[in-house]
Design a protein around this ligand. Structure first.
Ligand code: THU
Length: 161
């Protein structure tokens, strides 16, 4: 018997002002595209903006539905758009932000479990890590170098072979 440890490092910035110009721009865009969310049920508006390795920018926002499970998170809307518009082009960095009439948007939120699974498979299929910038409308910002670090011991396509 032996114990294994899983850990990963991420960077914490006090505010968007401490980011590089490019990262700050992406996060500002993610804040902006929260405006495109359709979230009448949760009032939790999420925006995601990604820069692909070819320089293209793709955005996504959460799209809810009266039949609640039909709703899609911003991250997966973005991944579907990126894969459709620019097949096989890796995503370099994705910024995620949110606003809400219910909670203060003053700290980073992290992708949900289903989105982590989708992010993991996207990285694997295009063989490139997705760097995440997580931040609210204000407050601290987290940078995670590889999205799949958020999903240890994940179930992947390799398990089906
Ligand atoms: N949501 C996202 O779009 N991304 C996340 O990372 C967390 C949650 C959405 C789903 C739902 O529309 C609303 O936020 C509340 O859960």
């Amino acid at each position: 018997m032996k114990k294994e440890t899983y850990q990963f490092k991420y960077t914490v910035y006090d505010s968007i002002k401490d980011l590089s110009e490019e990262d700050a721009w992406l996060l500002a865009e993610a804040r902006e595209v929260t405006e495109n969310a359709y979230a009448p049920y949760s009032n939790f508006h999420v925006g995601a903006v990604a820069k692909l390795v070819n320089g293209e920018i793709v955005a996504g926002s959460n799209q809810e539905n009266a039949s609640f499970p039909v709703g899609l998170c911003a991250e997966r809307v973005l991944l579907a758009a990126a894969a459709s518009l620019y097949p096989k082009i890796p995503i370099e960095t994705m910024a995620i932000s949110y606003r809400s009439s219910v909670v203060e948007s003053d700290h980073p939120i992290s992708p949900c479990g289903i989105c982590r699974q989708s992010l993991q498979e996207y990285e694997q299929r295009v063989k490139h890590p997705i760097r995440l910038i997580l931040g609210g409308m204000e407050g601290k910002v987290y940078i995670i170098e590889k999205a799949s670090m958020l999903l240890p011991l994940s179930f992947t396509s390799e398990d089906l072979q």
